[in-house]
Every structure is written in structure tokens, then in C-alpha cells.
Design a protein around this ligand. Structure first.
Ligand code: PMP
Length: 332
């Protein structure tokens, strides 16, 4: 095995820490012996203010993965089903089963695009939740406000829609729906994370916002301390660095589009992406391409029938393009 130099299998943010984050973390270390804000009330207040809503409509948690678990524990369970598109985040079926519910995967169209009509048709009396990933991981598809409104209109009143916006900051803000401002429909909830756009994956911070009655039960299934105090300090500092965060996400998106253009020039099938990754479809040659990239020091992985390539620093992306050129048989 050759040494992996560029880890591009995990959709991590490889950009430098946002200004003020390290300092806030170091300062917070002085108080690690103290309980502090165990319920993350200050963080929730700040998030609510930024979102233009009230703190009782925002719950902070240990990353969006933990919040997805809390949401499913509160709003689904044995005897119920949860509908989601496929391909989508490969942990959804596991998280749904862990909550005791039945996952119902609804195939997208030939390009993996999510179909709101098909999602609504898969709903039964037992369905409690429809999970929507926007931008979708791994396909990169970006859903607009019209799509989400159409989904809500097609669903019965007893079904909640949870939009997972883990990667929203990498998408074109003019195109992607902002589900937090979309409507006052009490069925619509949104989960977001500091793991990708803010580069804080190791600290585990996310939040979920929705109607009061949807959010309140999540506080009952929350861990005793919502978010470690050091992570709260870093998250608050990262929020203060909002303009730089958005700039970094634009830089990452520009790199993603550069890699896509290069791969397409070489003849690869790569749909447009609003995430910090691309989904390269090589059919039966997926594993061969993954092994080839590994020999060039790049780690990627197969997700739902395509090879998902995260966007790294320019040097890592250059390595992907050079390896892809060799794979396509064009001498360097
Ligand atoms: N949702 C999606 C679509 C993801 O890809 C991921 C992480 N890969 C998560 C949620 C969970 O992220 P975290 O728990 O770090 O917020």
C-alpha cells in the first residue's frame, strides 16, 4: 500500500481555523473544571438571534449526527417509518433503524436527483418523518425553495420534514433553499452543523431549529450536557467570524468547481455539486479508480454507486487531477 497523503474521503474542511477560534478554545481551557453553561443556553440564544427566531425554537447538540438521532428518537420509533431519498447520506438508514423505525429509501432519477412526488408517494399512515439532505451527500444536488414547498404541499399533515443542511454554506445562496426562512409550516425542521463550514468537526457542535413543539422533545432526549463548554466557546467565536467563514466556503466551492471542470474535460461523469465534494460515476470502474487514487496518495471512497471525492487544499486537488489524467490514459 502506498502512503495516503491526501485524506479526501471524509468531507472534512482542510482550510485553516477561523480567526479567533483557537484563542477562544485556549481561553476556555481555564474553566474546564467548572460546569459552565451545561445547557448551551448562550449558544442557543446567539443562534436564535442570528436566525431571527426565539431560543425555544433552537436546540444545540453534539453535531448534526447526534441531533438526527435525537430527532428520530423523539419523532419516530418502533411501528413507524421514515422516508428518505437514495442515494443520500449513507448513515440515514442506520440511524433510522437505531431509532427502531423502518427506513424507506426512495430512488432518485437516473442522475440521482431527489423526486418530491416519489417521496410523498412512499409516505403511509405509519410514516412520521421525511428526511431531506440539501445539498445532498453524495450527489451534490441542491434543492431550491420551490422543490421544498412542493414536497410540503404533497405531504399529509402528520408527517414532519427534517432538512439536513450539513453542507449548505458551500452551495450558491441564490439557488439553495434556506429552510429556516422558507415558511412558518410547523412540519418543517432544519439541522445544521459546525463540522463542515466552520471546520469544527472534532468539537461536535450543531443545532436544530423548527416549531416549538418539534424542538421541545429533543431537549428530553439530549445528553446531560448538550455541548462541551470548550466547544461552545469555539462555536461562538466561529459565529463571530461569519464573513471569513463564508469567504472560505466560497474558496472551497471554487476549488470543487475547478476539480469538476478538470475531471469533465478528461471525460469523467461528474454532476454539479453544492457540497464540499464531488460524486464521480465510473460504473464498474469505481473500485479501480479508488485504488488508482490510493496509489497516488489520495484516499476517497465509494458512496452509493459513485466515487465521492472531497475538496481539499489546492495541492490535494491537483493530486486528484494528476491521478485522474493518468487514469484516463493521458500522459502528464
Ligand atoms: N449529515 C450529513 C449529510 C453528513 O454528511 C454528515 C457527516 N458526514 C452529518 C450529517 C453529520 O455530521 P456532524 O455530526 O459532524 O455534524
Amino acid at each position: 500500500m502506498s502512503r495516503i497523503i491526501h485524506q479526501l474521503a471524509l468531507n472534512e474542511n482542510h482550510w485553516p481555523a477561523l480567526p479567533g477560534v483557537r484563542e477562544a478554545l485556549v481561553d476556555s481551557l481555564a474553566d474546564i473544571n467548572l460546569t459552565g453553561d451545561a445547557l448551551a443556553a448562550r449558544l442557543e440564544q446567539r443562534l436564535a438571534a442570528d436566525l431571527g427566531t426565539t431560543p425555544d425554537r433552537v436546540v444545540a447538540g453534539a453535531g448534526s449526527g447526534a441531533l438526527l438521532q435525537q430527532f428520530l428518537a423523539a419523532h419516530s420509533g418502533p411501528g413507524t417509518s421514515v422516508v428518505h431519498a437514495w442515494p443520500s447520506f449513507d448513515l440515514y438508514p442506520l440511524l433510522i433503524r437505531n431509532a427502531g423505525a423502518e427506513p424507506i429509501a426512495v430512488p432518485g432519477d437516473a442522475d440521482g436527483r431527489q423526486d418530491f412526488g416519489a417521496l410523498a408517494e412512499a409516505v403511509t399512515d405509519r410514516t412520521r418523518v421525511v428526511l431531506v439532505c440539501n445539498p445532498n451527500n453524495p450527489t451534490g444536488e441542491v434543492l431550491g425553495a420551490r422543490w421544498l414547498r412542493s414536497l410540503l404541499a404533497a405531504l399529509p399533515q402528520h408527517v414532519l420534514v427534517l432538512v439536513d443542511e450539513a453542507y449548505r454554506e458551500f452551495a450558491d445562496p441564490a439557488v439553495i433553499a434556506d429552510a429556516t426562512t422558507l415558511s412558518d409550516d410547523p412540519r418543517l425542521a432544519v439541522v445544521r452543523t459546525f463540522s463542515k463550514s466552520h471546520g469544527l468537526i472534532g468539537l461536535r457542535v450543531g443545532y436544530l431549529t423548527g416549531a416549538r413543539e418539534v424542538v421541545a422533545p429533543l431537549r428530553l432526549t439530549a445528553p446531560f450536557h448538550r455541548v462541551p463548554t470548550v466547544a461552545q466557546a469555539a462555536a461562538l467565536a466561529a459565529l463571530d467570524a461569519g464573513p471569513r467563514m463564508r469567504e472560505q466556503c466560497r474558496e472551497i466551492a471554487a476549488e470543487r468547481d475547478r476539480v469538476r471542470a478538470g475531471l469533465r474535460e478528461l471525460g469523467f461523469d461528474v454532476p454539479p455539486s453544492g457540497g464540499n465534494y464531488l460524486w464521480v460515476r465510473l460504473g464498474e470502474r469505481n473500485q479501480e479508480f479508488i485504488a488508482h487514487l490510493a496509489r497516488h496518495g489520495v484516499a476517497v471512497r465509494e458512496v452509493a454507486g459513485g466515487v465521492r471525492v472531497s475538496t481539499g487544499l489546492p495541492e490535494a486537488n491537483d493530486a486528484v487531477l494528476a491521478a485522474a489524467r493518468a487514469f484516463a490514459g493521458i500522459p502528464l
